[in-house]
Design a protein around this ligand. Structure first.
Ligand SMILES: [Zn+2]
Length: 171
């Protein structure tokens, strides 16, 4: 009886191992067949604050890593009307197209939509006695700015972004 019970336990264990070995290679094969872009998961960059400090300028570090804000009308892109793409200054992730840029009169580059909603992430920001929606790069977590509901059509959104967080490449 005791032997039977032991055998039963070992049998169950073997069955579980068998299920795992049969299923695992299949899952692996399926996930490899799906193109990387379609999997909806951005490969995140995880660097220490020390590494970021070494890579970024003092101003970039303050805005991107410490969620600072550049002074209005002082950034290099608030008035930029060239055609091209705005990338994350920290990791090169494409964030905004010049087509979605509009003159908000705020002194910060403003866009009504990101290049893809997967490339940016949002978070509730309760600093300075306000409830705002913070927006950051989905790849490196670098702070970009805030989103407001007073933007133009078609989205009605205003992505208010620090120039310091962006690197523009003309088309
Ligand atoms: Zn980034």
């Amino acid at each position: 009886m005791l032997y039977y019970k032991r055998f039963n336990k070992i049998g169950k264990l073997l069955f579980i191992i068998l299920v795992f070995t049969v299923c695992s290679p299949n899952n692996e094969r399926i996930s490899k067949d799906i193109p990387k872009e379609a999997r909806g998961k951005m490969v995140k960059i995880n660097k220490t604050e020390k590494e970021w400090k070494e890579e970024l300028t003092k101003e970039e570090y303050h805005v991107l890593r410490e969620k600072g804000t550049e002074r209005a009308f002082t950034g290099k892109y608030h008035d930029n009307k060239e055609k091209g793409i705005y990338y994350c200054a920290a990791c090169g992730n494409p964030l905004f197209k010049s087509d979605a840029k509009f003159d908000s009169g705020t002194g910060w580059p403003s866009y009504y939509e990101p290049i893809s909603t997967e490339n940016v992430e949002t978070e509730k920001d309760r600093s300075f006695f306000m409830v705002r929606t913070e927006v950051h790069c989905a790849k490196c977590g670098g702070h970009l700015g805030h989103i407001f509901n007073d933007g133009p059509k078609p989205t009605g959104l205003r992505y208010c972004i620090n120039s310091v967080s962006l690197k523009f490449k003309p088309e």
